[in-house]
Ligand binder design. Structure first.
Ligand code: ZN
Ligand code: FE
Length: 253
């Protein structure tokens, strides 16, 4: 079974190393801090064989070149923004399949935050690495795409098995929870989740990873197809306009 080592990087990013003990393969998911990744890997006796980038932002691909120089690893990343991924060896887009040891890994297109953003889904490990597409109780800012594109991307993630563990790239959950309560105050699943997040953060505990089933119930950005939330946002029957309204409110919250 896959081992995932998670560690804080930069201000509020998480770093992830995924290790398959059977084949001895180690993958770095994004590279917010190359030096930290090298230290965390070597502390475990692991050598980074591959980097899987989700998108081009420097807090996700900034450590690529250092890690490649030190380990000779291969770099896989989004075809849609390959020219912005330092050291990329292999372009990936939705529907592609790669491997981690014997495990299949499916590539999912999740553009919106950036135009080429991809996610990595490992069905046999019930695990997905989603970068800045989806956060616990939030989603990425729509910098390069539009609301329609981002809603389609989130809909692809919504369709994964509900028991999928979601590794998102930032610890933003406490601020996300406070915002979520402002748009969906009567949602008991959200109220309970938000309470738990406050308690965890007050102890300094991490709120990542999350599980898709909890996000489906509580994350307003995944609930733009919910009739009550649509009505509350003034866009009955329109998930894209509802999503756009929630995103706009969050951007100025
Ligand atoms: Zn980003
Ligand atoms: Fe980021």
């Amino acid at each position: 079974m896959i081992e995932i080592h998670q560690f804080p990087c930069l201000k509020d990013n998480y770093g992830f190393l995924a290790h398959d003990p059977e084949s001895g393969t180690t993958v770095a998911i994004d590279t917010p801090d190359g030096e930290k990744y090298l230290i965390e890997a070597s502390n475990r006796g692991w050598t980074i064989d591959e980097i899987w980038n989700t998108h081009w932002h420097p807090d996700h691909a900034g450590g690529n070149e250092l890690i490649k120089k030190e380990t000779g690893c291969r770099i896989l990343g989004p075809a849609g923004e390959a020219e912005k991924i330092p050291g990329i060896d292999q372009d990936l887009s939705g529907g592609d399949e790669i491997g981690l040891g014997d495990m299949k890994v499916n590539i999912i297109d999740v553009p919106g935050h950036t135009l080429g953003h991809i996610a990595y889904h490992i069905p046999s490990a019930k695990t997905a690495f989603v970068g800045d597409a989806l956060f616990a109780l939030g989603c990425g800012r729509v910098f390069e795409g539009d609301a329609d594109m981002m809603w389609k991307s989130l809909s692809r993630l919504k369709a994964l098995p509900a028991d999928t563990t979601i590794y998102c790239a930032h610890e933003y959950t406490q601020a996300n929870a406070r915002f979520a309560l402002s748009v969906d105050p009567d949602n008991p699943a959200l109220t309970a989740y938000a309470k738990e997040v406050e308690a965890k953060r007050s102890r300094g505990d991490w709120t990542v990873p999350t599980v898709l089933s909890r996000e489906l119930e509580a994350n307003p950005f995944l609930r733009a197809d919910d009739a009550d939330l649509q009505a509350a946002m003034g866009h009955a029957g329109d998930p894209v306009a509802t999503f756009a309204e929630i995103r706009a409110r969050k951007d100025s919250f």
